[in-house]
Design a protein around this ligand. Structure first.
Ligand code: FE2
Ligand code: FE2
Length: 256
């Protein structure tokens, strides 16, 4: 996609409707409710924390960015803020409050402050990989249509963000002098793989009780993330065909 098409996409998507979440949702089975709320609280906090990069992009002289992309990044960050709002609404409907601090988020935030724009974008790209896998897993496996609706719309946005990131890093390579390109590509791969391994481990094992309650283990979730990363690295985005879902027997048929 051309950069002007990205800007047009983000401008258009800024008007997409949020799912209608009732003020109160019936509780899910106990073994799912508590780890799900905890995971949503952590992701809500992560979605709310990307503000500074829009300003950094506007002031950047990075040759990979033109005015359309700078403006697109501002829209992109606002979309993450909308995800935070939608998740907060869901958390309140589940009878809980949002959180303002989490150890992994604080570490993440501190390290992000020290980074340049490209490194920050790479960290966000990894967050897109893990986030898209997380939201799609919940959309397919949580037996509540209202929660699934929110997960589905956020997951669709994250898929486009992943595609946007893919385009940005292609431009980074395209605007790098030819002789330096292999070194920059290698550096990017090294950075991506390290941050990705840390991000997947933090979510897959930090929320393993949730994934077990949803009938998958942390390794399977890690595999979903690896497949999303493959798309970031290789494959033009189309909405991913979801896997066959085998729900645990005690979650099948429930309406919550
Ligand atoms: Fe998001
Ligand atoms: Fe995103």
């Amino acid at each position: 996609m051309q950069t002007s098409e990205w800007l047009a996409y983000f401008e258009h998507n800024a008007g997409r409707a949020s799912p209608q979440t009732p003020a109160r949702l019936a509780p899910l089975p106990a073994k799912l409710q508590e780890p799900l709320v905890h995971a949503l609280q952590c992701f809500q906090l992560g979605e709310a924390g990307e503000g500074r990069i829009a300003q950094q992009a506007r002031q950047s002289t990075d040759p990979a960015l033109d005015d359309n992309l700078k403006e697109s990044i501002a829209f992109y960050v606002r979309e993450e803020g909308r995800h935070a709002t939608e998740l907060a609404r869901l958390i309140r409907a589940m009878g809980e409050a949002t959180i303002t601090k989490h150890m992994s988020e604080q570490l993440f935030e501190r390290s992000r402050r020290l980074m340049g724009l490209r490194a920050k974008m790479a960290v966000m790209a990894v967050a897109e990989v893990v986030g898209a896998a997380f939201y799609m897993t919940l959309a397919e496996r949580v037996p509540c249509p209202h929660i699934a609706d929110v997960m589905r719309v956020i997951s669709a946005d994250e898929d486009r963000h992943l595609e946007f990131q893919r385009g940005f890093f292609k431009r980074v390579l395209a605007t790098t002098p030819v002789l330096l390109r292999p070194i920059v590509a290698l550096g990017l791969w090294f950075w991506f793989l390290n941050v990705l391994a840390a991000g997947i481990a933090a979510v897959a094992f930090g929320h393993s009780r949730l994934f077990k309650a949803l009938g998958i283990g942390p390794w399977r979730f890690s595999w979903y993330c690896a497949r999303r990363f493959y798309r970031l690295a290789h494959v033009p985005t189309e909405v991913e065909v979801s896997e066959q879902v085998d729900l645990p027997s005690d979650l099948v048929g429930g309406t919550y």
